[in-house]
Design a protein around this ligand. Sequence first.
Ligand SMILES: Cc1cc2nc3c(=O)[nH]c(=O)nc-3n(C[C@H](O)[C@H](O)[C@H](O)COP(=O)(O)OP(=O)(O)OC[C@H]3O[C@@H](n4cnc5c(N)ncnc54)[C@H](O)[C@@H]3O)c2cc1C
Length: 312
Amino acid sequence: MLDSASKALFHLLAQNTTLKSLSSRFAMQRRASFVHRFVPGETVDAAIRAARVLEANGLTETFDHLGEGVTTLDEAVAATRDYLAVVRAIMEAGVERNISLKLTQLGLDVDRASAVDNLRKILELAEPAGFFVRIDMESSRYTEVTLEIFETLWQQGSRQIGVVLQSDLRRSESDVQRINALGARIRLVKGAYREPKSVAYPKKTDVDAAYARMMKFLITDGHYPAIATHDPAMIELARQWAKEHNVAADRFEFQMLYGIRRDLQAMLVASGYRVRVYVPFGRDWFPYFMRRLGEHPANVGFVMRGIFSEGG
Ligand SMILES: Cc1cc2nc3c(=O)[nH]c(=O)nc-3n(C[C@H](O)[C@H](O)[C@H](O)COP(=O)(O)OP(=O)(O)OC[C@H]3O[C@@H](n4cnc5c(N)ncnc54)[C@H](O)[C@@H]3O)c2cc1C
């Protein structure tokens, strides 16, 4: 109950444009800002610095230049230009070549063909340079179109791309079969968006059970799947399942978000597993940050303590 109520509240806040512009002006300017726990900074240089620390500790990363829901083609073109600059900066820095992006950041809400063109421009630079490009999954409004675009690019020869499926959506078990049949890499998550009961399981126990079923399938039959969760029970189940089915630790990877369950990230690396950390950065951090608060009410306490200890 608390889960869905807090998710709902923070989703409303995430969409509030006044809060969004106020927050991006103030919160990140403070060096010790509470936002930094989840978002290392606004610039690619800040993200690369964070990535170097992760790599020094045996982790890998995927970079996400934050942005979503652009409403004009000019904004989509600017977001694409920014992403191309990010790709070049990552190449120059010599860190892991792996990025995550959202189709609504590239203009999907404005014009589907333009969003695909924008994505192609990024792939044209990134793929030959050895990048892996993950298309994040947004709310259920975008599931079908995201998968269709992914399939088109795959059919046209892109192979260093992957997609995300959410266990809270009823359709995902069949989508897992559909995307896995291509031979593509799937990142499995529980789902960060507030969804109607008609398309999503309202009970967390059902979301978790669906996650466990898809995770088991992907570990034994998937193509280097990403088990993206901070849930210790699910992580333990993944390890057990892989062991019982003789799936080596390098045939899949765990993924977690920057700043969340760093203890688990370190424990998995120490136990010989691959762990990739999602490193979000950029000025448009507010909706991402609100989703993190909404999925874990204890974070609100963390933020409140941060605000008071920073004197404001
Ligand atoms: C690498 C990565 C990429 C993702 N990409 C997408 C995507 O493309 N689309 C999408 O819809 N969702 C995405 N998500 C978010 C995902 O859908 C969940 O909302 C999020 O991971 C929380 O679910 P959980 O699996 O960690 O488990 P939960 O059952 O929600 O949480 C299990 C435990 O993890 C810890 N935890 C979870 N969330 C937090 C938090 N915010 N702060 C502190 N502790 C926390 C707590 O200890 C909690 O008890 C991604 C997540 C990861 C890790």
